[in-house]
Design a protein around this ligand. Structure first.
Ligand code: ATP
Ligand code: MG
Length: 398
């Protein structure tokens, strides 16, 4: 048997809703590990303890837990009896063979009934480590931190602590609908909302069959990656070529991008309404491309009665790219595709589309009819992580 001790991130600060946040996190951790040999998941005095059967699963467990929002940090932990002498023995055995110049012991007593106060636990165990290794004690900037936590009946020793995704457990925020292109930005925008606890549905607009279905495949792959963070997702695929062709015929080139985006938002809003989502999410950042000005964001956002969340609005491309790499979407985002907007993109989009001009241009085609048609033809796919297959039916039931 091995244990992982999970510490909450920001959630530790939540007041009255704290137990609901914790229950949601426990449920998400359980779902993330459902196909692994886990014997117990329990919330105990301010942390979650996961007990699993085989040490071989640790790598997989660590990789899954590192994606779950709401976890501040976690560590493979040795479970011990709450006895300072025994904990000292385990520490000395656990660090055998490790190299360090300096160290400190950090002890926490979650149950104040334990008779030895934390500073004394630290001193006693620190003394044993020093004796066994000769390492120097450095309280302010140690190379190596040995952590001990004493709960009511048991104690945990952690030698390596791993950072969690932080944020809040998925399910504690509102449901939202993210507009997912095949680019670098929108998957990062969606992930930022997932990490704030919002269950995120996705909508992708494609130009198949005018263009290949490469953009749909990219969107699917991006959703697969993002599903590691929220465990289940829905992707709505919307055929957009018909709308683009109408805009191409009816609208002067500088206004086209803004009008494509307004159509996307109208459709996304209707899909959001049907799935109970309370906001739309896009990957816009001010000034990143010519059409992403504050004025254009206002004209585009004006068609949506739901709030349009733009979590990347003030970020630089370098910062967004760094996030994309760390969440694992970057490699997919840079694959070549034929994004629906590259084909129909004018050479110089308006940087300041005026609302009156945009509304006049939209009178040249049937906005409501195209919206209804697009929504009627939407194709919805469901994704799960881990994708556990149901057991095969036994022969007798066939
Ligand atoms: P991204 O890297 O996300 O494609 P971008 O910098 O290329 O963003 P734009 O092409 O101007 O920006 O698109 C702005 C936002 O509009 C995107 O971040 C995305 O949320 C949405 N969007 C654009 N194209 C599509 C599409 N084909 N399907 C769904 N959403 C889209
Ligand atoms: Mg794009």
């Amino acid at each position: 048997m091995s244990s992982v001790v999970i510490h909450y991130g920001e959630l530790a600060l939540k007041g009255r809703n704290r137990s609901w946040f914790i229950q949601t996190l426990v449920r998400n951790v359980r779902a993330a590990l459902v196909d692994l040999r886990v014997s117990r998941i329990a919330a105990v005095v301010g942390r979650i303890v996961v007990t699993f059967e085989s040490a071989d699963d640790w790598g997989e467990i660590a990789s899954r837990l590192s994606c779950i929002p709401g976890i501040g940090n976690f560590a493979l932990a040795e479970q011990l009896q709450a006895d300072v002498g025994l904990i000292g023995d385990a520490v000395v055995a656990g660090i055998a063979g490790r190299q360090a110049q300096s160290f400190r012991v950090l002890a926490r007593r979650a149950d104040k009934r334990f008779p030895v106060p934390s500073p004394q636990i630290e001193r006693e165990i620190g003394g044993r480590v020093q004796q066994a290794t000769g390492w120097r004690v450095d309280l302010s900037n140690p190379e190596y931190v040995i952590r001990v936590e004493v709960l009511t009946h048991e104690a945990y020793l952690f030698l390596d602590r791993m950072p969690g995704a932080c944020g809040l457990p998925v399910g504690t925020g509102a449901k939202v609908m993210a507009l997912l292109s095949g680019g670098i930005d929108s998957p990062v925008a969606a992930w930022r909302l997932i990490r704030r606890g919002c269950r995120t549905h996705f909508v992708h607009f494609h130009s198949y069959p005018v263009l290949s279905n490469a953009s749909q495949d990219k969107a699917r792959e991006l959703v697969r990656t993002l599903t590691r963070y929220q465990l289940s997702s829905r992707l709505h695929l919307v055929a957009f070529a018909g709308i683009q062709q109408q805009v191409l015929v009816a609208v002067p080139p500088p206004l086209r991008v803004v009008i494509y985006r307004r159509m996307m938002l109208r459709i996304a809003q209707e899909l959001a309404r049907r799935s109970g989502a309370h906001a739309l999410v896009t990957g816009d950042a001010v000034g990143q491309v010519a059409s992403q000005t504050v004025d254009n964001m206002a004209v585009v956002g004006a068609v949506s009665a739901l709030p349009v969340l733009r979590p990347l609005v003030g970020m630089d491309k370098d910062e967004i790219t760094r996030d994309a790499r760390s969440i694992g979407t970057y490699a997919t985002s840079i694959l070549p595709d034929e994004d629906c907007c590259t084909l129909f993109m004018p050479r110089s989009p308006a940087t300041r589309a005026l609302p009156a001009a945009v509304e006049r241009a939209e009178r040249a085609f049937d906005v409501a009819g195209l919206l209804t048609e697009a929504v009627e033809q939407v194709v919805t796919e469901r994704y799960r992580f881990p994708s556990v297959r149901a057991p095969l039916p036994s022969l007798s039931s066939l």
